[in-house]
Design a protein around this ligand. Structure first.
Ligand code: SF4
Ligand code: SF4
Length: 358
């Protein structure tokens, strides 16, 4: 792609800003501004004053979808970050720490516990289907990891988990250090050769495996498997609950892969039905705004990531008693926003709730 030619197609209409959670929350760091800074980064030999702007992005792809000129803004942001690293060696201090941790311990948090420390029920040693649970579930939300294994066992899914599981590299890629990210990709791809299918539990791993590993056909998100199995087994739907819930779509699987209907169908098994007690955000489904955490945002500016999450949690609390999500980044960020801003709502993982009823 000739990035400069593509950037020059921008008509300065600023439509993209209406869907950017960072711009909506701060009035700054909009996709239009990012394009202008990206152009300077790509063309100039001197580092532009506002180079940080291209890192203030969750990579949610809402701008790509809503640009009338079809400019692939997120791809341009990726390229600008890569050039920042290659031309000027730019890395935020926390980005450097997380990258070092990944190469030392296999996870960005530097945890030395076994990858499967949370596993509390038997799984098959061998299968042609791999469950890739991801760093976030393994080390930050291990109870949800347990629930996921319980659900797959209850639904008779044939799968295994590898004790050699490693970070997918999405964290590293988002820092702009593509050389380091491709080292991880190369090693993981070799490990994945033995499997016919990979079930991903984390939305970040899903988009990265599909887009950067080239494993689009081999990778399926957990919610797709769960939805299919629940229907196949003819599990009876419960009565509709007398409270309202709302579902937050995860940008990394809703917009690029149209995984929008499946989580809503699964929520019916928890007693929440679309058009009845399952409410929607003003911007929802393929237009839904981001939780604020991903794309490296929480690494470079945790407070801002949580502030962006607050906007979503506040809207949810006006419409429902429970906010459901299925992504570890969203859950983690929303939970912190709820606590920090003292918002009255329950935040739940679809998988944890489902594990209780199966
Ligand atoms: S929507 Fe597209 S054309 Fe309009 S300002 Fe944004 S990038 Fe430029
Ligand atoms: S990818 Fe999302 S966060 Fe980044 S500029 Fe586009 S809309 Fe904003």
């Amino acid at each position: 792609m000739n990035f400069i030619e593509v950037i020059n197609k921008c008509k300065d209409c600023r439509e993209c800003e209406n869907y950017c959670s960072i711009f909506l929350s701060t009035g700054k760091y909009g996709p239009h501004e990012k394009l202008k800074i990206a152009k300077e980064i790509l063309e100039e030999s001197e580092k532009p004053k506002k180079w940080e702007t291209v890192f203030y992005c969750t990579k949610c792809e809402a701008c790509d979808l809503n640009c009338p000129e079809n400019i692939p803004i997120t791809k341009i942001i990726d390229e600008a970050r890569r050039v920042c690293v290659n031309k000027w060696g730019i890395q935020f201090p926390r980005q450097e720490i997380l990258t070092k941790n990944i190469f030392k311990t296999g996870n960005p948090f530097g945890k030395t516990l076994s990858r499967l420390h949370w596993l509390d029920e038997p799984i098959k040693e061998k299968s042609k289907t791999l469950l890739h649970i991801g760093c976030m579930y393994s080390y930050i939300l291990p109870n949800t990891a347990k629930s996921i294994v319980k659900i797959l066992n209850k639904l008779d899914v044939d799968f295994t988990i590898s004790p050699n599981e490693n970070c997918c590299g999405y964290f590293v890629y988002n820092t702009g250090n593509h050389t380091a990210a491709y080292k991880l990709i190369k090693n993981n791809i070799k490990e994945f050769e033995q499997y016919d299918r990979i079930i991903t539990a984390c939305a970040g791993c899903t988009i990265f495996f599909k887009q950067q590993y080239g494993l689009n056909d081999k990778v399926v998100h957990l919610i797709e498997v769960v939805d299919e199995k629940l229907k196949e087994k003819n599990i009876e739907l419960p009565e509709i609950k007398k409270i309202n819930a709302i579902f937050h779509d995860s940008c990394h699987i809703s917009r690029p892969f149209d995984i929008i209907k499946q989580p809503r169908d699964v929520l019916e098994y928890l007693g929440f039905k679309e058009g009845k007690n399952l409410k929607e955000f003003d911007l929802t489904k393929e237009l839904g705004t981001c939780c604020g955490a991903d794309g490296g945002m929480r690494i470079i500016n945790k407070e801002l990531a949580i502030k962006i999450g607050k906007e979503r949690v506040e809207e949810a609390s006006k419409k429902a008693e429970i906010l459901f999500t299925l992504c570890p980044f969203c859950i983690n960020n929303f939970y912190k926003a709820m606590e920090d801003y003292d918002i009255d709502i329950k935040i739940k993982s679809i998988f944890e709730e489902l594990a209780h009823i199966l």
